[in-house]
Design a protein around this ligand. Structure first.
Ligand SMILES: C[S@@+](CC[C@H](N)C(=O)[O-])C[C@H]1O[C@@H](n2cnc3c(N)ncnc32)[C@H](O)[C@@H]1O
Length: 244
């Protein structure tokens, strides 16, 4: 078979470019399948960068996604649980799933001041948002479970926050999506696309790069902080402890 002429190759290239641009424009209105959307973003990375979990654009995107999020599925660890302190629990996505297992569960989210302010309209007598661990614990009365998913590494002093959370003496401590180091404290800047924050996808979003500072505690320091707890299960980035 003969190769393409220069003219045919140029026409094919132009057609491909039109398809990619159309995909990008469409993606602003209707979320496209992940692969097409990822390809578009790789070819045309966002030009604007924002920083930190309290940036208003990030708070707004996560809030709008969380409002549309419908939880489905099972969470065996939450069956029969009465009270949970959820450190870094966003706008209560984990609560939505936990409530399917235990409808009367009382849930206190500890978040940044910007997230707590935006969450005001979500508060009920069963779901509260707090910017300090102590106030969240006082509102709960007693903390049966401490839960935290992918948050400790984004706090300015993870060792201090860890000690405070272990000091609650919750019956169980459930850590998910942890970033720990092997031997020494590691700090780096992590980046993500704005649209990848929060559950699901959002149409009409102007994509930006989000930067966050991340601090990884050494795993041994993390484990040693749980004095009086037994490590009952673990994976590479998750840990379950039970008070002895
Ligand atoms: C990667 S997100 C995880 C959100 C959610 N827990 C999840 O698993 O999808 C990290 C969360 O930690 C929160 N966060 C960051 N710094 C915090 C701090 N100092 N105190 C409480 N929450 C914080 C962020 O606002 C964000 O909601």
């Amino acid at each position: 078979m003969r190769g393409l002429t220069t003219l045919q190759a140029m026409a094919l290239g132009a057609l491909l470019l039109c398809m990619i641009v159309a995909a990008g424009v469409l993606d602003r209105r209707f979320p496209l399948p992940g692969l097409v959307s990822r390809l578009w973003r790789r070819l045309r990375p966002p030009s604007e960068t924002i920083e930190g979990y309290q940036h208003p654009d990030l708070v707004d995107v996560v809030f709008r996604k969380a409002s549309a999020y419908i939880a489905r599925g099972e969470w065996p660890e939450m069956v029969g649980v009465a009270s949970v302190l959820d450190f870094g629990g966003g706008f209560g996505d984990h609560y939505k799933l936990a409530r399917l297992q235990s409808p009367n569960i009382k849930w206190a989210v500890v978040e940044t001041p910007a997230m707590v302010a935006r969450a005001a309209e979500l508060c009920t007598d069963r779901l509260g948002f707090f910017s300090s661990i102590a106030t969240a614990a006082a509102w709960l009365g007693s903390v049966e479970v401490m839960h935290s998913s992918g948050a400790l590494q984004y706090t300015p002093e993870p060792d201090v926050t860890l000690r405070e959370l272990c000091g609650l003496r919750a019956k169980r401590m459930l850590w998910q999506r942890m970033a720990l180091s092997t031997d020494r404290l590691e700090r780096d800047m992590q980046s993500s696309n704005l649209g990848d924050n929060g559950p699901g996808r959002l149409a009409g979003l102007k994509e930006k790069i989000v930067l966050y500072e991340r601090t990884k505690l050494p795993e041994q320091i993390f484990l040693d902080a749980h004095k009086g707890y037994e490590l009952t299960a673990r994976g590479t980035d998750w840990f379950h402890f039970t008070l002895q």
